[in-house]
Design a protein around this ligand. Structure first.
Ligand code: ZN
Length: 258
């Protein structure tokens, strides 16, 4: 549970996420790990990278960055004159980071060209998202990361961090995102939550159809999940980063009409 960003966190949202998942028949195999309990692990990873010279203190603020936002390496060899330590950045190299995504195919990124040395400890002292998830994935022995395609662009940074910390790289699967007809991500911007409007069985069925599966109608929730486990076809998932769906006022039956 990613709960280390108090300024951005909505109170009660963690509980609601677990309730929503339970309603859809999805329960955790074991106790849930909360990022808020992991501060010491994140700090020791940051300390290790600093002591090995793989990371450095940076005194630059957003205004010091060029319009491209790519970090030009200003504090790499020591803080710029007159600057105080503000964030910690991880050094990147010009070597291409490549991975093969089960859905999206081969993805390559040259971090020097795309982001430059990136922040692993924020100015407010909190660990950056990239650092926290990499440390937690290794701690929990995660072998397969399944998430939305909006996180494709984080993956190269996370793989670079895994290498720097000597941690294994899991397999990555980035599924298509459901977006509005305007191309924007579905989510909080809608007053009514499309999943909440459907029965649990309808919601799971629509999600399966969205992912290219063809569940037969007329099944109860438990039956539907059992069908999904037996008939799951990973190769039927559309190989795209997003799919536009129309939001209708009545419960939808098809994947492109929620
Ligand atoms: Zn700097």
């Amino acid at each position: 549970m990613e709960d280390i960003d108090p300024p951005r966190e909505v109170p009660g949202s963690a509980t609601r996420i677990f309730q929503d998942l339970a309603r859809l028949g999805l329960n955790s195999d074991g106790p849930v790990l909360y990022q808020s309990t992991r501060t010491r692990a994140y700090q020791s990873a940051i300390d290790k990278l600093l002591s090995e010279g793989k990371a450095f203190w940076c005194g630059c603020s957003r205004n010091d960055l060029p319009p491209s936002r790519i970090y030009p390496g200003t504090c790499r060899n020591g803080l710029a004159p007159g600057k105080r330590p503000r964030t910690v950045r991880l050094k990147v190299t010009g070597r291409t980071v490549a991975f093969s995504d089960l859905i999206q195919g081969v993805f390559e990124e040259n971090l020097e060209h795309s982001v430059g040395d990136f922040i692993i400890r924020r100015a407010d002292g909190l660990p950056a998202y990239q650092l926290a998830v990499v440390v937690d994935d290794a701690f929990q022995g995660i072998t397969e990361v399944v998430r939305g395609s909006d996180l494709l662009e984080s993956t190269a940074r996370q793989i670079h961090l895994q290498h720097a910390l000597g941690l294994p790289t899991p397999a990555y699967v980035h599924h298509p995102l459901a977006v509005g007809v305007d191309g924007r991500k579905l989510g909080k911007r809608f007053d009514s939550d499309p999943v909440g409007r459907l029965s649990a069985t309808e919601a799971v069925s629509v999600a399966l159809q969205f992912l290219g599966q063809e569940p037969p109608g007329g099944m109860e929730l438990k039956e539907l999940w059992s069908w999904a486990f037996r008939h799951w076809q990973a190769e039927s998932i559309p190989r795209v980063e997003s799919i536009a769906v129309e939001l209708s006022s009545s419960p939808g039956r098809s994947a492109n009409q929620l």
